[in-house]
Ligand binder design. Structure first.
Ligand SMILES: N[C@@H](CCC(=O)N[C@@H](CS)C(=O)NCC(=O)O)C(=O)O
Length: 215
């Protein structure tokens, strides 16, 4: 039985959806942002971040891409990734890491901008430059979906689509703005929302409609 440390609309949304698609047994632990920031949570996730996934033997995994990689490999019969070691799997991992190390990480710098800059002018410049950088990565996702969708792995739905959906609800500039600019991403988000297995989870995060991100 897994334990999911979960905050509504945060990165744990992707793992929450993936656990449902995998039909894996898990206990869901809703947390507030304040609880995540308590020193006690560092005993669970040393980086003090969501998502974290407790394993049956008491260990805890953190880093969203690592959790996705672990879960798809631990439940290969559910086909939420291409076969491990295949060229398709290499492409799957490339896109997963593009999203986690570039889109997610730069997005975080945008949110925590005051840790990196001093003053309004620097803040504004940093925000603009990060938006431009992240937009360039979303363009890669958009072009892939438009050229060989409907899913990121073509005709095969996979954990990548859940990960992209999770990131897309944050924007930039926000979910609707991203959809207006990138129609294939908007279509992906609608297709994820239409999956029957995800209805309860998406409702529990309040993201059945665009605009549900709580910040
Ligand atoms: N590299 C980490 C980033 C995770 C992350 O940034 N999580 C955010 C929420 S989406 C968080 O927990 N932030 C802590 C805070 O705001 O106190 C991963 O991919 O899991």
């Amino acid at each position: 039985m897994y334990k999911l440390y979960n905050v509504k609309t945060w990165g744990s949304l992707a793992i929450h959806c993936l656990l449902e698609e995998l039909e894996a047994p898990y206990t869901n632990i809703w947390m507030t942002r304040e609880q995540v920031r308590e020193p006690e949570f560092r005993a669970i996730s040393p980086i003090g971040m969501i998502p974290a996934l407790g394993l049956a033997d008491g260990r805890t995994l953190y880093e969203s891409a690592a959790i996705v990689s672990f879960l798809v490999a631990a439940h290969p019969d559910k086909h939420m990734s291409p076969a491990l070691g295949s060229a398709d799997y290499g492409e799957f991992m490339t896109l997963l890491h593009l999203m986690s190390t570039e889109i997610y990480a730069f997005g975080n710098v945008g949110i925590l901008v005051d840790e990196f800059v001093v003053g309004d002018a620097e803040r504004q410049t940093m925000r603009t430059k990060i938006s431009q950088k992240v937009d360039g990565y979303w363009k890669i996702i958009e072009e892939r979906l438009a050229g060989s969708g409907p899913w990121l792995m073509g005709r095969d739905f996979s954990a990548l689509d859940l990960y992209a959906f999770m990131l897309s609800i944050w924007g930039p500039p926000n979910e609707q703005g991203l959809h207006d600019k990138y129609p294939a991403i908007a279509k992906l988000a609608a297709a994820v929302r239409a999956r029957p297995k995800l209805k309860a989870v998406l409702e529990s995060h309040g993201v059945m409609e665009p605009g549900g991100y709580l910040g």
